[in-house]
Ligand binder design. Structure first.
Ligand code: PLP
Length: 439
C-alpha cells in the first residue's frame, strides 16, 4: 500500500525543494506522540518534529478536541469579524511573549508573518531597508526568501530590493572567530553589523531581522555579547528589531522563545508560527508592541489575508498554549533538553566524526567534521558519500530527521521521553560509526 500511495503522490503532486525524480517519499497514515506510521504499518520515530513544528507531538487529544468543538460552532468568518478564539489567542500571546509585545496580526504560516512584519516595519518607520544575516532562513515567498541568507534563495534571485545582509556567528569555522573566543568573535560580528548599518545609512534602515535562535541554516547561534550589542544598536540608530521565532518559539530551545535566553533584548516585532499550535492547522502571527500597534489606530494597515485569524487555527493555538502552560511543557522540555544534550555529548566523545554539538533545549544539531575541522560535506553541496551513508542508516532504522550538508538535526517533540531519546541514540550511534570510517 505504501508503494501505491507514494506512486500516486508522485503522479499527481509536486514536492518542495527537490527535482521530482529524487523524491522517494515514505508515507504516513496515522501518528501518535513521537511516532508516525506508514501505509504498510511502518513505525517511524519523528526526530525533527516533522519540520520542527509538531512540538507537542502527534495526536494531542486536547488540541484535537478544541478543533472539533470549534468546528461544530464556527469554522470560518472574514477577518473583519470578531471571534472568541481570536481574542483569546491574542490575549495568551500577549502573556507568553517577552517584554511589551502586546498585539497580534494573524497569518497562515511563517513566511507571510515575515512578509507582514517587513511591511509593518516599513509602514511604521517610513524607512525601507531591512538588515538580515547570511545563513538565516525566513521563508519561501518572495520577500521572506530574499530576507533569508540561506542558499535556498539563490535560484530565486534577484528577489525583492532593499535587503542588506551581514555575516553572522560561526565560532567553529568563520575566519572572524579564528584564534578568538566565541565572545570575542561575537563582538566582531556585532561591530561589523554596526559598520554595515553605517555604510547603508541608518536613516534608511527600517529594521534588523534575526532568528531568535538560529534554525535550519545550521544552528549557528551568537551569545549575549552579540545580542546586547544588537539591542544597543537598534536604540542608538532608531532601528526596529524584528525577531523571527517561527522555529525557535514555543519551548523549542528550553524557553518560551529563543530570544528569552537574552533578557536584555526587547523585540519590537516578533514573528511566530509552527509551534504556536504544534502544526495542527496552518497558522502564524506577527506580534508587536503597543507603540507600533497604536500607529495603526489612525493609519491603515495595508495588508490582509483571506485566512487571517481563521477560527479553527486560532482555537488550536489557544488549546496549544493552554496545554503548554497547564502541563509545564517548556520547563519539562528544558529538563529533557539537558538529558538529551548529555547523551549527544557522549556520542561526540565516542565518535571521531563528530565535530561539534550545537543548540539549546530540544533544538540540537550534530556537526560532522574531518579531523582538521573541515565539514564532512561542504556547505551547500549534495551529500558526500559519508553523509549519504549516515542518512541511509538513519532511514533504514526509521529515524526520521534532516541530514543536511554535514549536519544531522536532532529536534524531537518536546514530549519525548528518556527511553525514546535512548532509542534514537542507539540509531545515531550506528550512523556515526559509519561516518567514523571516513575520518
Ligand atoms: C526561522 C524560520 N522562519 C520562517 C520560516 C518559514 O515558515 P513557513 O514554512 O511556515 O512559511 C521557517 C520555516 O522553516 C523558519 O524556520
Amino acid at each position: 500500500m505504501s508503494e501505491d500511495l507514494a506512486r500516486r503522490n508522485k503522479e499527481f503532486t509536486l514536492a518542495s525543494w527537490k527535482a521530482q525524480n529524487s523524491w522517494n517519499p515514505i508515507t504516513a497514515v496515522r501518528a501518535e506522540g513521537v511516532y508516525f506510521y506508514g501505509a504498510d504499518g511502518e513505525k517511524y520515530l519523528d526526530f525533527a518534529s516533522q519540520l520542527i513544528n509538531v512540538n507537542l507531538g502527534h495526536g494531542n487529544k486536547t488540541i484535537i478536541k478544541a478543533i472539533q468543538d470549534q468546528a461544530e460552532k464556527l469554522t470560518y468568518v472574514a477577518p473583519s469579524v470578531a471571534t472568541e478564539p481570536r481574542a483569546k489567542l491574542g490575549e495568551l500571546l500577549r502573556e507568553v511573549t517577552p517584554h511589551n509585545l502586546s498585539k497580534s496580526f494573524f497569518t497562515t504560516a511563517g513566511t507571510d508573518a515575515i512578509e507582514n512584519a517587513i511591511k509593518i516595519a516599513r509602514l511604521y518607520s517610513g524607512k525601507r531597508k531591512i538588515v538580515t544575516r547570511y545563513r538565516s532562513y525566513h521563508g519561501a515567498t518572495q520577500g521572506s526568501m530574499t530576507a533569508g541568507g540561506d542558499p535556498r534563495r539563490l535560484a530565486n534571485e534577484p528577489g525583492v530590493n532593499e535587503i542588506v545582509r551581514f555575516h553572522g556567528a560561526d565560532p567553529l569555522r568563520s575566519p572572524l572567530y579564528k584564534d578568538r573566543s566565541p565572545e570575542e568573535g561575537d563582538a566582531i560580528v556585532a561591530d561589523l553589523l554596526e559598520q554595515t548599518i553605517n555604510y547603508e545609512g541608518p536613516k534608511y534602515i527600517a529594521a534588523i531581522l534575526l532568528e531568535g535562535y538560529s534554525g535550519t541554516s545550521g544552528i549557528y547561534q551568537p551569545g549575549p555579547t552579540f545580542w546586547n550589542r544588537v539591542q544597543e544598536i537598534c536604540e542608538k540608530y532608531d532601528i526596529l528589531l524584528i525577531i523571527d521565532e517561527i522555529m525557535s518559539g514555543f519551548g523549542r530551545t528550553g524557553k518560551w522563545f529563543g530570544i528569552d535566553h537574552y533578557p536584555n533584548v526587547k523585540p519590537d516585532i516578533m514573528c511566530i508560527a509552527k509551534g504556536i499550535n504544534s502544526g495542527y492547522i496552518p497558522l502564524g502571527a506577527v506580534v508587536m508592541t503597543d507603540k507600533i500597534a497604536s500607529y495603526f489606530d489612525e493609519n491603515v494597515l495595508w495588508g490582509g489575508l483571506t485566512y487571517s485569524s481563521h477560527a479553527l487555527a486560532c482555537a488550536s493555538g489557544v488549546a496549544t498554549i493552554e496545554y503548554m502552560k497547564e502541563n509545564n511543557i517548556v520547563e519539562k522540555g528544558a529538563e529533557m533538553g539537558k538529558f538529551f544534550r548529555q547523551e549527544l555529548d557522549k556520542l561526540k566523545k565516542k565518535h571521531k566524526s563528530v565535530g561539534e554539538i550545537r543548540g539549546a533545549g530540544l533544538h540540537q544539531i550534530i556537526d560532522l567534521a574531518q579531523a582538521d575541522g573541515e565539514p564532512l560535506s561542504p556547505y551547500n553541496s549534495a551529500l558526500t558519500e559519508p553523509m549519504q551513508k549516515v542518512s541511509k542508516v538513519l532511514m533504514d532504522n526509521n529515524l526520521i530527521t534532516f541530514v543536511k550538508w554535514n549536519t544531522i538535526y536532532c529536534c524531537p517533540p518536546l514530549i519525548i521521553t528518556e527511553e525514546q531519546i535512548m532509542e534514537a541514540m542507539t540509531i545515531l550511534d550506528k550512523a556515526l560509526t559509519e561516518a567514523d570510517k571516513y575520518i
